[in-house]
Ligand binder design. Structure first.
Ligand code: PMP
Length: 396
């Protein structure tokens, strides 16, 4: 018999979420996650994937995966430190380090895992972390896991960061102090002010940690936000994911060799969770090769995102302060945001609503993720639907 306390807890909380329009319904895909998807038998223009460059459905990656499965099977069979490390893992790590312009790199099972792994391998209860208030959930959880003192910094507020860094340093309370930020903020699409962050870090001897899940493959000719600002030798931890622009699954930390050596002996997901599969690794290697050879896909991505952004702005939508392909359409009210997304769906556009707790209350938005795979016709059709639904709901 299931616990009454649990049943009451779940019922109360689920009902509350549903009443407030905060319960996220999941729509399972019946197709690949490309520019057009199928849900419930309906074809929709897809503006919700992180498949920025279209590589999740690329024939070359599929081929690399199939060959790896034939050669090595489907599972790694062990954690990295027992006997789950294949030569392929090392090849991938080498390729990531070159791609990121660092001495070394280490791969994990996901970007989320990276933040669980890396922060707590270095920071502990005698340390402090200066963390941007809009950092990704996995950074927040990684910081909590470390037991370090977490000092929240107002979003991209360099005066606040400097004051708090100075105060933490001068207090003498902490052995180490880290500053941690997203490279590109995933809900607004703005870029972290890395040159200023690095300057403050140098002044107060802070460890620098940049999670570039949304910048890698997108900025800095693909190498990411740190390279975009030419700061590759000034950032200690560069985190990335293999699941967005790279198109597969997994995550990595790139940095100095000593740091990576330490993570290999001290980061818990590396020691206690089964390694990425050979197929994931082989496809990721292929993806990084493609990105290292040409910037064609990035150029197409940026062209498409500029086109969509201009169109939405011209229609009168508020796209916030995005500087990257992430294009929010800020509606505000949670129920209205969900209604807007639902109407877009009915008209053939899949752009998911994002509401509290993913974003602050009252800042509900429909987030658009244009990709290199979208055609002009798809984007024009999207804009026509936005215009129709926006007018119908008195939003523009
Ligand atoms: N960090 C950031 C900044 C992210 O946006 C995401 C993806 N939502 C992650 C980490 C997690 O990456 P993954 O999906 O590979 O676990």
């Amino acid at each position: 018999m299931s616990s009454n306390v649990l049943q009451d807890f779940l019922k109360l909380n689920l009902n509350e979420l549903k009443e407030k329009g905060l319960y996220n319904e999941i729509d399972p895909l019946e197709s690949s996650n490309g520019p057009v998807i199928k849900i419930n038998g309906k074809e929709l223009i897809n503006l919700s994937s992180n498949n920025y460059l279209g590589l999740a459905t690329d024939e070359r990656l599929k081929q690399a995966m199939v060959e790896a499965i034939k050669e090595y099977g489907v599972g790694a069979g062990a954690v990295r430190t027992i006997n789950g490390t294949f030569k392929l893992h090392l090849e991938l790590e080498d390729k990531i380090a070159k791609f990121k312009h660092t001495e070394a790199a280490i791969a994990y099972q996901s970007g989320f895992n990276c933040n669980m792994a890396a922060i707590s391998a270095v920071m502990d209860k005698n340390d402090a972390i200066l963390s941007d208030e809009l950092n990704h959930a996995s950074i927040i959880d990684g910081c909590r896991l470390s037991k370090a003192k977490i000092i929240r910094v107002n979003h991209s507020d360099m005066l606040d960061l400097r004051n708090k860094a100075k105060e933490a340093k001068e207090s003498g309370l902490y052995n180490k102090i880290m500053v941690i930020t997203d490279g590109v903020f995933s809900m607004d699409g703005d870029i972290a002010k890395l040159p200023e962050i690095v300057e403050i870090a140098e002044e107060f001897d802070l460890i620098t940690y940049v999670d570039d899940a949304h910048g890698s493959g997108v900025l800095g000719k693909g190498a990411g936000t740190v390279k975009h600002f030419q700061l590759s030798d000034k950032v200690d931890f560069q985190i990335g994911t293999l699941s967005k622009a790279i198109g597969v699954v997994g995550g990595y930390v790139a940095g100095k060799k000593d740091l990576i050596d330490w993570l290999k002996v001290r980061s818990r997901p590396f020691l206690f969770s089964t390694a990425l599969t050979p197929a994931d690794i082989a496809a990721s290697i292929k993806s990084i090769e493609i990105l290292s050879d040409s910037t064609e896909l990035q150029e197409k991505l940026w062209e498409n995102s500029e086109y969509l952004k201009k169109g939405l702005t011209k229609l009168g939508f508020d796209i916030g302060k995005s500087e990257t392909p992430i294009t929010p359409c800020i509606i505000g009210d949670e129920l209205q945001t969900q209604q807007f997304s639902k109407r877009l769906y009915e008209e053939g556009v899949y752009a998911k609503s994002i509401v509290f707790p993913t974003v602050p209350k009252g800042t509900g938005r429909v987030r658009n993720m244009p990709t290199a795979g979208h055609s002009k016709e798809m984007l024009d059709q999207t804009l026509a639907v936005y215009e129709k639904v926006g007018k119908e709901m008195n939003l523009i």
